[in-house]
Design a protein around this ligand. Structure first.
Ligand code: K2U
Ligand code: ZN
Length: 167
């Protein structure tokens, strides 16, 4: 397995729209293993393939307290959504930045698993937030893109200031 480098905002590659996985094969399964290792090491609750510069529609999520229940979603689609909820979000591609984002409260998602079998999952709470956050990544969207222009400008200034400071 391998830890993969995570793209950092405002890297333009984060704004690439991912393409559907055509064949769930051993190469895809190895990528999923590497994404899981990368996510756990970060540490994060989720990771989209876009964030490791692989532009295919794959996300991994583990919001379990024991960190041993990895959800894998290949070619995910939200087939139902209901309600609205605000949640404080962060992102491994935008370290140290957190802000409130409004998303659907309850969702039903259809995807392929690591064997290529189709499944559906109903989600709410943090899992629902994370699925939507990761699916945004597959669309080339980062959560800070949803914030006001002023907030985005302040975040970019903070990132540029950090880059000027000695490591
Ligand atoms: O996509 C990512 O960068 C992974 C995020 C997923 C996530 C975003 C918002 C809310 C929940 C999960 C990282 O896990 S960021 C770490 C984190 C976790 C919970 C809440 C806020 C930030
Ligand atoms: Zn993110």
């Amino acid at each position: 397995m391998a830890k993969l480098p995570i793209l950092l905002y405002p890297d333009p590659r984060l704004h690439t729209k991912a393409i559907p996985v055509k064949q769930v094969d051993d190469k895809i399964r190895q990528l999923i293993k590497d994404m899981g290792e990368t996510m756990y090491a970060a540490p994060g609750v989720g990771l989209a393939a876009t964030q490791v510069d692989v532009h295919q529609r794959i996300i991994v999520i583990d919001q379990s307290p024991t960190r041993d229940q990895l959800h894998v979603f290949i070619n995910p689609e939200i087939v139902e959504s209901a309600g609205v909820a605000d949640c404080e979000e962060g992102c491994l591609s935008v370290p140290g930045i957190y802000d409130k984002v409004t998303r659907a409260q309850n969702i039903r998602v259809r995807a392929l698993d690591e064997r290529g079998a189709s499944f559906e999952l109903a989600a709410d709470g943090l899992l629902a937030v994370c699925i939507q956050h990761e699916m945004d990544h597959l669309e080339g969207k980062v959560f800070v893109d949803k914030l006001s222009r002023l907030k985005r400008q302040r975040i970019l200034s903070k990132i540029k200031k950090r880059q000027r400071e000695p490591a």
